[in-house]
Design a protein around this ligand. Structure first.
Ligand code: FES
Ligand code: FES
Length: 157
């Protein structure tokens, strides 16, 4: 069965008519053309699909689009402002926390959720925050260093 829902994504309101069993991930990518959010496993294991749901990091492959009706969603497309990358994005580039890039949007959204709720995380807290995000390329340390630097500079917003 289909339902009319309203999604607020990156500050814009979208009215969509979706099957009740569609995931938020598939609606973001296929209906709203926000393809920055990636699909890896489709089963809650890899974190490639991480978005912010009312400010909290969630796996969008595990959320039904109808559950997001009326809630605030932020995707990687919502981070850069006025053509300028978000400080977390800049730090990932500087520290070479990006290689193939497939995990990067999800990893950055988890980092942003962490820094929004805890601007001065310890290394352990950083590791815990990205524990659900798998990366096949970087070895994780450049990513951890990038998040640490943004926290130290207090520039995460
Ligand atoms: S695609 Fe959602 S956790 Fe892997
Ligand atoms: S940069 Fe390739 S999976 Fe993380």
């Amino acid at each position: 069965m289909k339902r009319d829902i309203t999604l607020s994504v990156n500050g814009e309101s979208y009215s969509v008519n979706v099957e009740e069993n569609r995931t938020l991930l598939s609606v973001l990518r296929e209906e709203l053309a926000l393809t920055g959010t990636k699909e890896g496993c489709g089963a809650g294991e890899c974190g490639a699909c991480t978005v912010l749901f009312d400010g909290k990091a969630v796996n969008s492959c595990l959320v039904l689009a109808v559950e997001a009706d009326g809630h605030e969603i932020t995707t990687i497309e919502g981070l850069a402002k006025d053509g300028k990358l978000h400080p977390v994005q800049e730090a990932f580039i500087k520290h070479q926390g990006v290689q193939c890039g497939f995990c990067t949007p999800g990893m950055i959204m988890s980092a942003k959720a962490l820094l929004d709720r805890n601007p001065n995380p310890t290394e352990e807290e950083i590791k815990e925050a990205i524990a659900g995000n798998l990366c096949r390329c970087t070895g994780y340390y450049p990513i951890i260093e990038a998040i640490k630097e943004v926290a130290q500079r207090g520039e995460h917003r």
